[in-house]
Write a protein that binds this ligand. Structure first.
Ligand SMILES: Cc1cc2nc3c(=O)[nH]c(=O)nc-3n(C[C@H](O)[C@H](O)[C@H](O)COP(=O)(O)OP(=O)(O)OC[C@H]3O[C@@H](n4cnc5c(N)ncnc54)[C@H](O)[C@@H]3O)c2cc1C
Ligand code: SF4
Length: 511
């Protein structure tokens, strides 16, 4: 089969590229491994999505939340299905991880957006220092992507800090009372916090209008309101804007004078141009393999950690019974070179029903005895999840040998001290906001588990071998554009996907 433009992958970057290419009238074909949810999970989603939350059966409620989310990425199973990280048969021998257990590839239709946290922020203007593109280059593409992902948020102090990028209107999601109380308290201390370099506001989430405040977000949205790139691609295919072919594993590609040939599990495909949106691990493997490159590339990570805090104010309503969403409720930014050279981003989570089971696990054999304490504490718990810039984070070395991807940990001497400085500043912010920071319980995330990773083929003004130009064209290639996070020159702390999508949209618009 032939097409003018072939895109590999139906995740957020593939979708963003497809939107831009179809808008230019290009004939677009998406090839995708395309794993899908099993039938029982689809039926559960359909049943819950066709009724209001108060009509859901107890069995369905239990079924959707039975597998609790934890930092172990394998445990993220939307609607109880393992399709998010399921390896297609021919990928079973995919990679050898040498201490890199956090980052995993997704071969699902829609990629990792089937299980993501939907937090969407642009990068800060200072994050583009040393990049071949600036915030000005990306701004129109952020604006194009925001309505497509259903970006909700407020034009608050945080929006000002991020130069008002893509915040065209105010739309507040059903916040928890804990988040409202927290942000109100911070508002009273705005000047003092500003002197600490702290900017704050409501979270920005890719959740379309119509949220039922059913608190199931961590298990999958029964109403399909949390942005899912697979659903968005399906809508484009249904409207005949493009063709989508799932169940296809792309094994290699090669440019020739008239186009690009792809060798896949479903035979040969020809395109005039190729856009690679396979997600950082699959793209790295595919590109290294197709171009017969055997050097080690560096996949940059954004180190994250969890800092639990207890609120000192008295809650009114039981937070467990309250109508609300359960994704990140508030964002903090720390912009102070005394803490970190680059902006630090933190996401704040208020009560959700994973807190008590998580605490029970920590109490071990004393869990039953401690149950009343656990119930009380979990209802006062607010967890901050800060992210560091890749300059202060460990990284992942990746190379191929014998057709497999080998990864290893690359430590960063700056990480430990950076975490300590950020912890101290967060503790100060917490006290000012009416929270008790439980600093001894700080828990660092494992390497790659933020899924804010990329940079294996970084965009440069003057690319060296193995690097890309500002169009995502690998040096020496003329028709093969990489459009996912693999081309980011660094991984800034704010959320990654909005910027990856904007950049894919930019490349596909200008290519
Ligand atoms: C638990 C979790 C929470 C997250 N939370 C957030 C968040 O709150 N905010 C945020 O910004 N980001 C978040 N992320 C990260 C976000 O999901 C990713 O940045 C985003 O999905 C990357 O999009 P992508 O299209 O580049 O790649 P992916 O989503 O990985 O999609 C890759 C696509 O390529 C296809 N593919 C790959 N290789 C091949 C091949 N060889 N042949 C055929 N098809 C192929 C796959 O089938 C898939 O469709 C989170 C991720 C996880 C797992
Ligand atoms: S609360 Fe979450 S799961 Fe429920 S409707 Fe809103 S976005 Fe969907």
């Amino acid at each position: 089969m032939n097409a003018q433009d072939i895109i590999i992958g139906s995740g957020p970057s593939g979708y963003a590229a497809a939107v831009a290419l179809t808008a230019r009238g290009r004939d677009v074909l998406i090839l995708d491994a395309g794993e899908v949810m099993d039938e029982a999970a689809q039926a559960l989603r359909a049943r819950m999505g066709s009724a209001e939350p108060d009509q859901w059966s107890a069995e369905d409620r239990e079924a959707i939340s039975a597998l609790r989310r934890s930092e172990k990425s394998d445990s993220i199973q939307p609607f109880g299905s393992d399709f998010l990280f399921r390896l297609p048969a021919e990928m079973a021998d995919y990679a050898e991880d040498n201490g890199v257990h956090g980052l995993k590839p997704s071969f699902a239709c829609g990629g990792l957006s089937n299980g993501w946290g939907a937090s969407v922020l642009p990068y800060h203007t200072s994050d583009f220092e040393g990049w071949p593109i600036s915030l000005t280059d990306l701004a129109p593409h952020y604006a194009a992507i925001a309505p497509l992902v259903g970006m909700a948020g407020m034009r608050d102090g945080l929006a000002d800090f991020y130069d008002g990028v893509a915040m065209a209107e105010d739309r507040l999601l059903p916040q928890s009372a804990q988040a409202r109380a927290l942000l109100e308290r911070m508002e009273h201390k705005r000047d003092a916090l500003a002197r600490m370099g702290v900017h704050f506001g409501a979270s920005r989430q890719a959740i379309a209008p119509g949220c039922r405040a059913c608190a199931m977000c961590l298990y999958g949205c029964p109403y399909g309101l949390i942005f899912n790139a697979g659903d968005a691609v399906a809508r484009l295919a249904e409207s005949d804007a493009l063709r989508y072919q799932g169940g296809v594993i792309v094994r290699s590609f090669a440019e020739h004078v008239d186009g690009v040939t792809l060798h896949t599990s479903a035979g040969k495909f020809e395109g005039e141009r190729l856009f690679i949106a396979g997600g950082v691990l699959p793209t790295t493997k595919l590109v290294l393999g197709a171009l017969d490159l055997h050097h080690e590339v560096t996949i940059l990570d954004s180190q994250h950690f969890y800092l639990p805090m207890l609120h000192r104010w008295n809650a009114g309503e039981d937070p467990a019974a309250e109508a609300r969403h359960t994704l990140a409720q508030a964002f903090w930014a720390i912009d102070d070179p005394a803490v970190e050279k680059h902006v630090v981003h933190a996401q704040l989570y208020t009560y959700n029903d994973t807190y008590a089971p998580d605490m029970r696990a920590r109490f071990g054999p004393f869990a039953d005895l401690a149950q009343p304490l656990i119930e009380g504490l979990s209802r006062r718990l607010i967890v901050a999840q800060p992210f560091l810039h890749s300059d202060a984070s460990p990284a992942i070395g990746a190379r191929i040998a014998g057709g497999r991807l080998f990864t290893r940990r690359i430590d960063n001497a700056r990480t430990k001290a950076a975490i300590q400085r950020v912890k101290r500043r967060l503790a100060n912010v917490a006290w000012a906001a009416g929270l008790v920071p439980l600093t001894p319980l700080l828990r660092p995330g494992s390497l790659g588990s933020s899924f804010h990773c990329g940079g294996s083929f970084p965009m440069r003004d003057r690319p060296s071998p193995g690097e890309t130009d500002a169009q995502g064209l690998l040096r020496g290639q003329k028709r093969t554009y990489i459009v996912d996070a693999s081309v980011l020159p660094a991984i800034p702390a704010p959320t990654i996907t909005f910027s990856v999508m904007a950049n894919a949209h930019r490349i596909a618009t200008e290519a």
